[in-house]
Design a protein around this ligand. Structure first.
Ligand SMILES: NC(=O)c1ccc[n+]([C@@H]2O[C@H](COP(=O)([O-])OP(=O)(O)OC[C@H]3O[C@@H](n4cnc5c(N)ncnc54)[C@H](O)[C@@H]3O)[C@@H](O)[C@H]2O)c1
Length: 442
């Protein structure tokens, strides 16, 4: 173990470089700051870097005042220049890992970081990959290039771990600090450095025996969610067919104090994790001639949910002798989940696209998302909702259950409500179709 690096980690003089300053990287950088380390953020986005250096924060989960203070006190600065790595002791990589058009992993962002890293790798540097990825990435993609192209040896000259980021944006109870951090290094020394570092930043560290284990931990967690959401989405459809209220069934099932975990149905999966991560695992397994059937089935059910929501809209309008084509519709919520501003992979966007494709005139209202890029242009949220505006729509479709929306107004004034999030008591609304509830008698 490098005594110098260890003592820098212990006395917090180790300089931290966070590569990728998005939903994951910026809050992580602030957590390092909070525990006393100095941080340099590295991002290829010049606009983001300039904004951050002005002390302006763009991530909802980051405290503006604390951020400003870190910038003012030069505890945090951002740059687009990877050469700073020459003087950095610890580099965490938090760049995107999306899917390509064929739904295969796109690790090009990690590769781009690697292209820079090999230029500036030095002795006694500690690298941690935090981006979600398929098992084997840290060893096969990163380690092999770092050793081959620099001549430095892992576990001796430099240290390498995988540690999945488990942040849940917008979660009021669990943030980075109180979410246990799993870490697996290429060698035991690497894991040791990871444990030494993160135990100074995060309440609980969970070392595992290899980066592959750590990579798989993240994929298990998100595959578990995707499959359980798929199950409960299918249960919603089953309940509609049986004329039973899925929300009542779920609440009653949730009274069992053991052996059951609550998941709720909705218009589909969203965000940069749950719809994507299981495909990373399935893709890896395909290369080993194994079909990950649970993942595929859940993916199929979840991907179909926006179509199902459109069917519910069509059924509802039909009761008024109206068609989707030509109807004026209002979507409530465009973010992928409640109380956040992230629209990545949001199923609400799929619902919007499907409804527009069928000829509807669609507006949306989302207090967290004032504008979206849409069809090469932009689409803006209604600035508010009022009795008049609500009454003017043929149907209001609730897709994201943000807290600060006047559901009572919607309940009282909408001509027709399609509620995919159980926000409205069906006994109190005149014309409502709820996801997972039997269709109303005509
Ligand atoms: N968002 C989440 O809730 C969440 C939770 C857990 C894990 N993750 C994982 O964390 C990783 C990052 O996700 P995110 O949501 O923070 O993404 P993001 O899009 O919010 O941020 C990524 C940042 O990386 C920058 N970037 C892109 N290429 C770069 C490069 N070559 N060099 C330097 N910077 C580069 C982008 O400009 C952007 O600022 C992904 O692997 C994701 O799966 C995300």
């Amino acid at each position: 173990m490098s005594e110098l690096l260890l003592s820098k980690i212990k006395n917090k003089t180790a300089t931290i470089g966070v590569v990728g300053l998005g939903y994951v990287g910026l809050p992580l950088a602030m957590e390092f700051n909070r525990s006393g380390y100095r941080v340099t953020g590295i991002d290829i986005d010049k606009k983001r870097v300039a904004t951050l250096n002005l002390g302006e924060n763009y991530i909802q989960d980051v405290n503006n005042e604390f951020f400003k203070q870190q910038v003012a006190e030069k505890r945090f600065s951002a740059t687009t220049d990877f050469a700073v790595i020459r003087n950095i002791d610890v580099v965490t990589i938090c760049v995107p890992t999306p899917l390509n058009k064929l739904k295969d992993p796109d690790v090009s962002y990690i590769v781009a970081v690697l292209d820079e890293l090999v230029k500036y790798l030095h002795k006694d540097i500690f690298i941690i990959l935090e981006s979600t990825t398929y098992p084997g990435t840290t060893r096969d993609l990163i380690l092999s290039r770092l050793e081959e192209e620099t001549g430095l040896k892992v576990g001796q000259d430099f240290f390498l771990c995988f540690s999945p980021e488990r942040v849940d944006p917008g979660n009021p109870d669990y943030q980075i600090k109180n979410t246990p951090k799993v870490i697996g290094g290429i060698t035991a020394t690497c894991t040791g450095f990871g444990t030494e570092l993160y135990s100074r930043v995060i309440d609980k560290v969970v070392p595992v025996s290899s980066p592959e284990s750590a990579e798989l931990v993240k994929l298990l967690e998100n595959t578990f969610r995707s499959i359980n959401i798929g199950l409960v989405n299918e249960m919603a459809i089953i309940c509609e067919k049986l004329g039973v209220d899925v929300w009542e069934v779920i609440e009653a099932a949730n009274t069992k104090p053991f052996g059951y975990m609550k998941f709720v149905p909705g218009p589909g999966l969203g965000g940069h994790c749950i719809p994507i991560d299981p495909h990373y695992l399935a893709w890896k397994l395909k290369s080993l001639d194994y079909k990950a059937r649970f993942i595929e089935l859940a993916g199929e059910i979840n991907t179909n949910m926006p179509y199902h929501v459109v069917d519910l809209v069509s059924t509802g309008l039909n009761q008024f002798k109206k068609a989707i084509n030509g109807s004026k519709l209002l979507l409530i919520g465009i973010a992928y989940k409640k109380d956040i501003d992230d629209v990545r992979e949001s199923p609400a966007l799929d619902v919007l696209r499907l409804l527009e494709n069928q000829g509807a005139e669609v507006d949306y209202y989302d207090p967290f998302v004032p504008m979206i890029k849409w069809n090469g242009d932009s689409k803006t949220s209604l600035s508010n909702i009022s009795p008049n505006s609500i009454q003017g729509f043929d149907a209001v479709v609730i897709l994201t259950a943000h807290s600060n929306i006047d559901y009572r107004l919607i309940r009282e004034k909408a001509q027709l409500i399609i509620d995919t999030r159980n926000t409205i008591d069906k006994t109190k609304a005149k014309h409502i179709i709820k996801l997972g509830v039997g269709f109303p008698e005509e």
